[in-house]
Design a protein around this ligand. Sequence first.
Ligand code: CIR
Length: 267
Amino acid sequence: MSQTRSVYRFNSAIVREPSTSVVNGLRADDRGGPTYEGVKAEHDAYIAAMRNAGVEVTILPPLEAFPDSVFVEDPALVFTGGAILLRPGTPTRIDETAEIAPTLREMFDTVLELPAPGQADGGDVMYTPKGVLVGLSARTDKPGAEALVCCIEQLGGKAEIAETPKGVLHFKTASSLLDDETVISTAALANAAVFKQFRQIIVPEGEEPAANVLRVNDIVMVSADYPRTIDKLERAGYKVVPLKTAEIEKIDAGLSCMSLRWYREGK
Ligand code: CIR
């Protein structure tokens, strides 16, 4: 896991088509479910944006038995040097790992498995040039986070454990990497110790879900519903690609959760 290449330089991604059961996806707060057509349209636009950014996208088929399986970020982690199969921290998602494992075993020479009994969701994991951050949350427990740090070290990387603000699903629901020196986060993470070495951009009050952006090569995908955040990022010099997320947000999802991304050597 050398740091010679930027952690947001990607040429490969895996996504999974939404199933029609996505309308029953998990949500903390029921504001009405998304429509299948709405999620599908958001997903299609996301794939197009990835391809425009120079990423080769592998599209896996939908899994009707798993309403949240479109969010492939959660059951696994991928790095140039290998993949890690996780154990998602909610019962209806645990078996998503077995569904994605064969694809990862085909694509990666090294595939590690998070040792039991820990639980960890990929949504709690942020890659940064200074090391990987693993947020503790309702989905990622201490044994899971500690085991994950060991797995990342086994792949030659380094990682440290962070705290996720109460009431948000994942660490990256509230924060994302923008570039080698900069993170964007909600005000709740403004003084987080793990961000001390970074410049921080705070999302405007009332636009908290906008903190889940996705930096891919030279662009930053940002939810189209948060104009003040988009403006702030554009003024800071970022090349913003706004994408609709109103449907996936109804089931607590954001932009990072719809893909697994990495730089594949030799391509
Ligand atoms: C869940 O609760 O697991 C899904 N409804 C949303 C998952 C979002 N995942 C992510 O941000 N990495």
